[in-house]
Design a protein around this ligand. Structure first.
Ligand SMILES: [Zn+2]
Length: 151
């Protein structure tokens, strides 16, 4: 079970995850369909097409973009760390993933020479870059610094 706030009336509903996933869950008070907040619980998948909107136009919280590829061993270590950081974000930051093989335009724009590389953006500016598989604690600390950064 999970507690989800209704977007229409704000009342908190206890719902079964499987009903939430298939969009069958309705608010007990007003009947509005309940939606899980996917942005906060999972990394957002970014492409060359969505990069501008989802990363550069984002305001407020920092956005960390994990640049990765399926054949990269260290990226497989970072993947689950990204999932955990996304699940623990509590609205302080956003986690995104960019497959560099499928999105060469963004990868070359930010000169991604080795992967994994994590880019941290705030208010449309690149403010930090983390290269290589780093411990979760290190990445979390850089995100904390980024969230205090004033552009
Ligand atoms: Zn409601």
């Amino acid at each position: 079970m999970q507690v989800v706030a209704c977007r229409n009336c704000g009342s908190r509903n206890r719902v079964d995850e499987s009903r939430l996933a298939t969009s069958e869950a309705k608010c007990g008070r007003c009947g509005e369909a309940l939606q899980a907040d996917k942005h906060d619980s999972k990394p957002t998948v970014i492409t060359d097409q969505t990069f501008e909107r989802d990363v550069l136009q984002a305001r407020g919280q920092p956005v960390l973009v994990d640049c990765w590829a399926p054949w990269c061993g260290p990226c497989r270590i970072i993947g689950p760390i990204m999932d955990q950081l996304a699940a623990e974000s509590q609205g302080q930051y956003r986690i995104a993933k960019l497959n560099v093989d499928e999105n060469p335009q963004t990868a070359s724009r930010f000169q991604i020479a080795s992967i994994p590389t994590m880019l941290i953006f705030k208010d449309g500016k690149l403010i930090d870059r983390i290269i290589g598989a780093q411990p979760k604690q290190t990445i979390a600390e850089r995100l904390r610094v980024a969230s205090r950064f004033a552009a």
